[in-house]
Design a protein around this ligand. Structure first.
Ligand SMILES: *Cc1c(COP(=O)(O)O)cnc(C)c1O
Length: 375
């Protein structure tokens, strides 16, 4: 059998055609396709507005700016996340304060609460590998403590919390369309919000602080000049990307339900293995299973690295668990952290192949090899 990869982006002929058509349309950077993608995206998640940007990293950066974060402010986030979560805080010359995660790989609210100081201004809540965090509890905490809640939903497009899509629960929700996520535009990001002030400022900041965008000038019957009221960025998404995004969004429900079926098969069939913990999806949570993570408990038969090597020998790709930002060299100059739960989760977890569409034989093979190596 051919090697089974960890993920395959769900792109096909249609997306290639859309990119082709857009290139020949004469409009390639942010224009009508971006507008259409934003409208469809906001409708999908159930927010009033959506602002397309170049990545989730740039989405988080802009979210922190409109949240009013200033130099030296503290922003609480998990350490167990992709490094971009904390990097966005560093761009602000603010201070990431790392809190622990729970067995669902999401922020531990008690640890977050214990880390709030007079300098804390915001919390970045990550829906790790697509599993929704307890948004209501965090909204309540942030309200009480006068903090701004930002959701890092890089992995969570199509996931839901209390029967409402991620993107509709708070006013700064950041998504990614990197190929490793559930839908992709090559690279790309989106911020959903229902706050008009945030919306207006996000639109300015993503394109140089320019008051009138290219599309409006192009469509205008009258001569108009743009103004620049503040220093902005070039964080635009292109129309080529957005044309792909429009199609990807149409397939999203199908992709998510297929991913959930595969996860369900894994859950059922791998439950006979002792000494591992499979993903936990609690009441009110609906994951898109952007990744499927298996935690190897202390008395597991083989080590994590040995398991990964044996799978690779079988032709099955796997990845180490989610990284811990505080353990990376880029953050070694910071306050010293000891986060035993995050460290254990990261060291003892593996991600296994799960993508759309995944052949039934492949699924069976992955299950068979995991059972063989772990029992
Ligand atoms: C992928 C990811 C990001 C970064 O997304 P980009 O679109 O690649 O910038 C940020 N946060 C988390 C949790 C991620 O998984």
């Amino acid at each position: 059998m051919k090697k089974i990869p960890i993920a395959i982006p769900p792109l096909g002929q249609e997306e290639a055609q859309a990119a082709y058509d857009t290139i020949l349309s004469g409009w390639v950077t942010q224009g009508p396709k971006v507008k259409e993608f934003e409208k469809n995206f906001a409708d999908y998640v159930g927010s009033k507005y959506a602002v397309a940007v170049s990545s989730c990293t740039t989405a988080l950066h802009l979210a922190l700016i409109v949240a009013g974060i200033k130099e030296g402010d503290e922003v609480i986030c998990p350490s167990m996340s992709f490094i971009a979560t904390a990097n966005s805080i560093m761009y602000m010359n603010a201070v990431p304060v790392f809190a622990e995660v729970n067995e669902e790989y999401n922020l531990d609210i008690e640890d977050v609460e214990s880390k709030i100081t007079s300098k804390t201004r915001a919390v970045i809540l990550v829906h790790q590998i697509g599993m929704p965090a307890d948004i209501d509890s965090f909204k309540k905490l942030c309200n009480e403590k006068n903090l701004i809640l930002i959701e890092d939903a890089a992995c969570a497009i199509g996931s839901a919390y209390n029967h409402k899509k991620i993107g509709s629960h708070s006013d700064l929700v950041c998504f990614s369309f990197h190929p490793r996520k559930v839908i992709t535009t090559g690279d790309g990001g989106m911020i959903s919000t229902s706050n008009k002030q945030y919306y207006d400022r996000l639109k300015l900041l993503r394109q140089h602080g320019m008051s009138v965008n290219d599309r409006l000038r192009h469509e205008s019957e009258k001569v108009i000049f743009e103004e620049y009221s503040e220093v902005g960025f070039n964080y635009r998404m292109t129309d080529i990307q957005a044309a792909i995004g429009v199609l990807q969004l149409k397939k999203l429900n199908l992709i998510v339900s297929n991913r959930r079926e595969i996860a369900q098969t894994y859950n059922e069939r791998l439950s006979i293995i002792e000494n591992v913990r499979l993903p936990i999806e609690r009441e009110g949570k609906f994951s898109n299973y952007q990744s499927y993570s298996i935690f190897l408990k202390q008395d597991c038969k083989i080590s994590r690295d040995e398991l990964m090597q044996r799978l690779l020998d079988d032709g099955i790709a796997s990845r180490r668990g989610i990284m811990n930002i505080h353990e990376e060299m880029a953050y070694s100059g910071m306050r010293k952290y000891h986060l035993p739960k995050s460290e254990e989760l990261s060291d003892r977890s593996i991600l296994i192949p799960l993508f759309y569409p995944m052949d039934q034989n492949m699924i069976e093979y992955v299950i068979d090899r995991l059972i063989r190596h772990l029992t």
